[in-house]
Each structure stands twice: as structure tokens, then as C-alpha cells.
Design a protein around this ligand. Structure first.
Ligand code: GLN
Length: 487
């Protein structure tokens, strides 16, 4: 295996800066691995040529990009059939900023169609295999990004998170995933799912890389009126202790829906937080139980409005030989959208229809406000809130495809945070047996990663990254499959 593959993005930046590593060689290595992969994590691979990044802060480190981000001149489909052939004339701000900082573009990664899903199985390009176990999903919707990083097919990747799509795949693949505060990163050029929730962010091997990517992705953008940028400069984390920090477990968590192995790893994580000087407390989040219901009204409602633009006229595919306008719309959309996207459009349209608007959409918005207030109250008595990132380890491909509700229930820890627009990170916390029945030792046969979710107040990403960094240092975790994958 090439030693270059072992470098995190931050380490690669240093090595490139010292001249120990050649940017072209690093790019070719990853590009060839991406082109020859077998887990379906990429949907397209970019140019073999590396732009000159000498002297720039990211020095030519290659980056994989979720297919939700527009990249000028490169087919961008959000992994939907309806966007076949759509080539954007501009690049999403978040990606343009990374490129301006010297990141080289590797390729587009697979995802759930329009980011709707938790398993990457709702993709027009097919399912992605989890590098830890090819019979399992990598999580979703940013499943291709997480699988690519975990398999050593990219040093790091961008993701997007509406209700957990960065954090959950990071947890399932043994990686770090950061969903920044809503507004920290521009949404311009991101294909919209639910605009009041969508947020871009990093999927990386470690916390330092997450900080580094955030640093160059964030910022106010004239093209996105909801973007504010970070309120403080993003710092590289370096803390050694959690002394004086209070970590709150939202009480009560209903552990019935959580695999015992996940709970065990979470309990061990709490012990490690205490050993590093942190204090574990409890806080009430009385409305968190309603978050899933509210999310699965609000997100589909916004999606139904956002996806109305895909009508066969302006973007992508159009049905052949239409007999009239309505026929063209109906057949374009009927043929172009996959079943989960259609389900969301119907749910959302229903929730917004006159007569039901107050009962569903308005009620869900009221719940959202209550959840926001719960968090504000909680953060008056703690610094961070912690939960497992997901209630299970990575599940089998096909295991939940016939049961959308079971799929939605897997989002129970990530969705409340999204409704409140708070920053949250998933950090590898340990391993559990493949059936989720117990915690497992690093290196144990068939063991799968479990993530710890840490949530912070709005725009406290620096504090969040520091806490996650200390936790990471205190945690013995398998290096990840990229140490053995491929060459
Ligand atoms: N799994 C959630 C959903 O299906 C979240 C997806 C996301 O964050 N994009 O809506």
C-alpha cells in the first residue's frame, strides 16, 4: 500500500508544502483508485490533470464531491434520472471556495436521489457498498462520499446534511462527519432538498481534517441570502482536556429502539469523556420525541416545492413525443423520479394543500419552534449534548427498502438537531458486533463502527471541534479500512 494513502488531508497539505509529496502524484494515485473502485461510491471521475495549487492553503489535496453540488461543465444529477444530461454552467460556492484554496477535484460521489434517504439505496446509479462489509449500506444520503473516504478512494469528501446525511454515513463508515450551523456554508449551487434545513459539510478521517475543510468552505455568500458564514475564525483543534465542560444526555432517551452494542459503546464514550475531565449531566428535551414527525412533514413539504422546477423544460430529461404539455410534465416526472422522491413529493404536497396546511405544516412548524426553545434552555446548563449518532450499526443492503418507516426511525438522533439548525459532529466512538448486540474490540472480526454525536450551540463549531478532538485522542479506534483496502 502506498504510504501516501495513509496521509490525512491536513498531513498531505503539510507534506505538499514541504515538497515531500508531489501534488500530481497524489492526485493520480487517488484518481486511479477512484476510477478502478468496486464499491460504486463514485458516479464520475474528474480530469487527470491537476491545476497548479502551489502556495495555496490546500496545496492540491484532492477532494471528492457529492453529486448534489453543481460543478461547472460536469454532469450533476443529485443521482436522479430526471437530471440526466444536466451540465451546470457554474460551480457551487462551497466547492469553488475549496478549489480556490487549492483542493483538486477528484470526482462526483453517489448519494440517495435528491438526498432523500438514509442508505444510499435510492440512487439512480444503484447502491453503494460499505467498505467495512460489502453486504451493508454505507448510510445516506452522502453514502458515496463516506464509502469513498473509508475505502481510501479520497482523502476527504464533501457531504450535505438535511436530517443526518453527513453524520449518519460518517458513523456507519467509521469517519468524522460535521454538520455546521445552518447558514455557515453557502447553499448556492447545492441542488435543494429542504432549503430551511440543507447544510453542506465535511466527511473526513479525523477531526482536524473536518476543521480544515470547514475553514475553507464556510463564509457569507451574496448568492445565498441565508448564508452568514461563521461568526469566528475556524481554528485547528489542539485541546488536551475536557475539564470544566458539561456534556448532557437528553433525558429520557428511549433505549428500546437502540441496539445494545450501540448503547454499550455510548456508555463507554461517556466514561472516556469523564476520564478526560468532562462532566456528564442530563437535560430535558421534552419535544424531541416529536421531531421525526415534524421533520417528515417539513422536509417533504419543502421538497415538493423545490422539486417542482424539474418539469422537463428547464433541466435534464424530457419525455419523448409528448401529446401536450400535461402529458409531457406527467411522463417526464413519472419516469424521472424514483419511488422515494415521489413519496416525498406526494406527502409534502398533501401537507401543504388547503385544508391540511394548518393541521400538518403549521403544526410541524410549531413543534420546530418548541424544539428550538428546548435546546436553548438545555444549553443554559451544559456545553454540549451527546447521543449516539444512529440507533444501529450499518444495516444490510435491501434490509429496510420495503419499510420506509423503519428507515425514517433511524434518523431519530440526527433530525432534532437539524430542525434547530445546530452544529453537530459524529466522531468514531468504538465498534460493535455486526448484529449490534454488544461492543467489540478494535480489530475484532466483522465488527462495525459506532459514532458519537456531539451537538453545540449555534456557531460554536470551534468549541465543538475541540471537544471532538479531545474525545478522538482518548478513543482507541481501528484506523479504518483504508489501511487495508486495495493497493
Ligand atoms: N435520512 C433523512 C431523510 O431521508 C435525512 C436526509 C438528509 O439529511 N439529506 O430525509
Amino acid at each position: 500500500m502506498s504510504d501516501l494513502l495513509k496521509l490525512t488531508a491536513a498531513q498531505a497539505v503539510e507534506a505538499l508544502g514541504r515538497g515531500d509529496v508531489d501534488a500530481g502524484e497524489l492526485h493520480s494515485l487517488y484518481r486511479e483508485r477512484a476510477a478502478g473502485e468496486t464499491i460504486n461510491s463514485y458516479v464520475s471521475v474528474g480530469d487527470p490533470l491537476v491545476p497548479d495549487a502551489a502556495g495555496k492553503p490546500l496545496a492540491g489535496v484532492p477532494i471528492a464531491v457529492k453529486d448534489l453540488f453543481c460543478v461547472e461543465g460536469i454532469e450533476t444529477r443529485a443521482c436522479s434520472k430526471i437530471l440526466t444530461g444536466y451540465i451546470p454552467p457554474y460551480t457551487a460556492t462551497a466547492i469553488a471556495r475549496l478549489q480556490d484554496a487549492g483542493a483538486s477535484y477528484l470526482g462526483k460521489t453517489n448519494m440517495d436521489e435528491f438526498a432523500m434517504g438514509s442508505s444510499n439505496e435510492n440512487s439512480a446509479f444503484g447502491a453503494v457498498q460499505n467498505p467495512w462489509d460489502p453486504t451493508r449500506v454505507p448510510g445516506g444520503s452522502s453514502g458515496g462520499s463516506a464509502a469513498a473516504v473509508a475505502a481510501g478512494l479520497a482523502p476527504w469528501a464533501t457531504g450535505t446534511d438535511t436530517g443526518g446525511s453527513i453524520r449518519q454515513p460518517a458513523a456507519f463508515c467509521g469517519l468524522v462527519g460535521l454538520k455546521p450551523t445552518y447558514g455557515a456554508i453557502s447553499r448556492y449551487g447545492m441542488i435543494a432538498f429542504a432549503s430551511s434545513l440543507d447544510q453542506a459539510g465535511p466527511i473526513t478521517r479525523d477531526v482536524t481534517d473536518a476543521a480544515l475543510m470547514l475553514k475553507y468552505m464556510q463564509g457569507r455568500d451574496e448568492m445565498d441570502s441565508t448564508s452568514t458564514g461563521m461568526t469566528e475564525d475556524v481554528m485547528m483543534p489542539s485541546s488536551e482536556s475536557l475539564a470544566g465542560k458539561k456534556f448532557a444526555i437528553p433525558a429520557p432517551i428511549d433505549w428500546n429502539g437502540v441496539q445494545p452494542g450501540v448503547k454499550e459503546v455510548f456508555d463507554l464514550a461517556c466514561k472516556r469523556i469523564e476520564a478526560a475531565g468532562g462532566e456528564i449531566v442530563e437535560v430535558p428535551l421534552p419535544h424531541a420525541d416529536y421531531a421525526l414527525s415534524a421533520y417528515y412533514v417539513i422536509a417533504p413539504a419543502e421538497a415538493s416545492a423545490n422539486l417542482s422546477r424539474f418539469d422537463g423544460v428547464r433541466f435534464g430529461e424530457r419525455a419523448a413525443d409528448p401529446t401536450g404539455l400535461t402529458d409531457m410534465y406527467e411522463r417526464t416526472r413519472g419516469d424521472g423520479f424514483g419511488p422515494e422522491v415521489k413519496r416525498r413529493i406526494m406527502l409534502g404536497t398533501y401537507a401543504l394543500s388547503s385544508g391540511y396546511y394548518d393541521a400538518y405544516y403549521n403544526r410541524a412548524q410549531q413543534v420546530r419552534t418548541k424544539i428550538l426553545e428546548d435546546y436553548a434552555a438545555a444549553f443554559s446548563s451544559c456545553d454540549f449534548i451527546i447521543t449516539p449518532t444512529a440507533p444501529s450499526v450499518a444495516f444490510g443492503i435491501g434490509e429496510k427498502t420495503d419499510d420506509p418507516l423503519a428507515m425514517y426511525l433511524g434518523d431519530l438522533f440526527t433530525v432534532p438537531v437539524s430542525l434547530a439548525g445546530l452544529p453537530a459532529i459524529s466522531v468514531p466512538a468504538g465498534l460493535a458486533t455486526s448484529d449490534g448486540s454488544a461492543a467489540a474490540e478494535p480489530g475484532a472480526d466483522g465488527a462495525l463502527p459506532v459514532g458519537l454525536q456531539i451537538v453545540a450551540p449555534h456557531f460554536r463549531e470551534n468549541a465543538l471541534l475541540e471537544a471532538a478532538y479531545v474525545f478522538e485522542q482518548a478513543t482507541e479506534f481501528a484506523d479504518g479500512p483504508w489501511t487495508w483496502a486495495g493497493s
